[in-house]
Ligand binder design. Structure first.
Ligand SMILES: NC(=O)c1ccc[n+]([C@@H]2O[C@H](COP(=O)([O-])OP(=O)(O)OC[C@H]3O[C@@H](n4cnc5c(N)ncnc54)[C@H](O)[C@@H]3O)[C@@H](O)[C@H]2O)c1
Length: 362
């Protein structure tokens, strides 16, 4: 087996809530070899390792491991930048959970470190690679609703403390609904429309304190309702509202409007879901069948595509440039609210290629 066909050794740092589905899915790809996991809390690493029959190592040992080429960073958002740079400095490719970093300058440093060392950066979300979102991308590219005009995107809820066992980080700077859930919505829209050119927004924190399941109080230190407007490089305008302050809502997740019709899209937090399309002369919405694979919870698909991209010497889809652009857009939305002005984006990214070309990923 030569270096180009050898399964890629993968390690995970951060063995919390989301690591279970990553371990489960990464183990299904034949071109990946999930070797080990690590966590600052050793008991979490041991538990996850036992569950998936992999090694539990200390973070330092995992970074020094010769049998690992790519490390998936599943730590909390505040630790992403430090851990991702340590991974790169250890000579390994990094795939980070969202956001790439909570601060723009830290996100930039990650890309710079990778470039210097000729390593790759990739990052969540990878839900845009799911069957539903790939189908919508193809509909748009095929002109099924004409030229893109606009989109609305809504993530309205009352926060994660009702279900998440460790919810404190959601209410600190660098999290909140925009940094926590915004990446799904922004990545879905960027995959369809391309880069964001400028934004404007208003934001507030409606409740100063949240109560976790175990009864402890969490001080809210970040906006929890952000109402934003975005202009994309292709001219389309989007309205994006992310909120942890809303008890009930019936707004759709995402609608996409074109010069000749509209698409009703599913929740971008998931890989599948119903798609409806209605052309300008249609009397009713029609359900559009999903034409691409991966409609279940396939978190880790972006890692699989990245590993294959590295071996095939082609760009990977959930790219560092795109995750950086998403951080840049989110920072710009918060800045716009703070400074009461429109903010122009300095970064841009390529629209990733349709997934159809790597149907043999699995
Ligand atoms: N939970 C979800 O449903 C979900 C879904 C999608 C994405 N995510 C993202 O995944 C990431 C992790 O979320 P989670 O819900 O699993 O959080 P979590 O708090 O359950 O787990 C995070 C783990 O990282 C460990 N950790 C923290 N700092 C570390 C460091 N410096 N070195 C090593 N380990 C460290 C913690 O000990 C903990 O075990 C976040 O970025 C989150 O936004 C979570």
């Amino acid at each position: 087996m030569d270096a180009n066909t050898k399964p890629m050794g993968v390690g995970i740092i951060g063995c919390g809530n989301i690591s279970e589905i990553y371990c489960k899915n990464l183990k299904t790809f034949e071109h990946l070899n999930l070797v080990a996991c690590a966590d600052i809390d050793e008991s979490r690493a041991l538990a996850r390792a036992a569950q998936f029959d992999i090694a539990a190592r200390s973070v330092a040992d995992l970074l020094a491991s010769d049998d690992i080429e790519l490390v998936v960073n599943l730590t909390i958002p505040d630790a992403h930048a430090k851990v991702s740079r340590a991974i790169l400095k250890a000579g390994k490719h990094v795939y980070s959970e969202k956001p790439l970093a909570t601060k723009r300058r830290d996100a930039k440093k990650i890309l710079k470190t990778a470039k210097k060392r000729r390593l790759r950066v990739g990052g969540a979300p990878d839900t845009f690679l799911g069957g539903a979102w790939q189908t919508i991308r193809r509909l748009l590219d095929d002109g099924a609703i004409g030229q893109p005009v606009a989109a609305t995107a809504f993530m309205l809820g009352h926060g994660p403390e009702t279900w998440h066992p460790n919810p404190d980080f959601f209410y600190q700077p660098g999290a909140g609904p925009l940094f926590d859930m915004g990446p799904y919505y922004l990545t879905a829209l960027i995959n369809l429309f391309g880069s964001v050119k400028r934004v404007a927004s208003l934001a507030r924190a409606s409740f100063p304190e949240r109560i976790a399941q175990d009864g402890h109080a969490i001080a809210v230190n970040t906006p929890t309702h952000v109402a934003g407007s975005l202009e994309f490089a292709n001219g389309a305008l989007a309205t994006l509202i992310t909120s942890f302050d809303v008890w009930h809502s019936q707004l759709p997740r995402i609608e996409i409007y074109g010069s000749e019709g509209s698409i009703l899209a599913p929740d971008p937090n998931w890989f599948g879901g119903d798609i409806f399309l209605r052309g300008e002369n249609d009397k009713e919405w029609r359900n559009v069948p999903i034409e691409f694979p991966y409609t279940e919870n396939m978190r880790g698909l972006g890692v699989a595509d990245m590993a294959r991209g590295i071996r095939e010497n082609r760009p990977h889809r959930a790219s560092g440039e795109m995750t950086y652009h998403v951080v840049d857009v989110m920072r710009a939305l918060l800045k716009s609210a703070e400074e009461e002005e429109q903010v122009k984006l300095k970064s841009e990214c390529e629209r990733p290629a349709l997934l159809a070309t790597i149907q043999n990923t699995n």
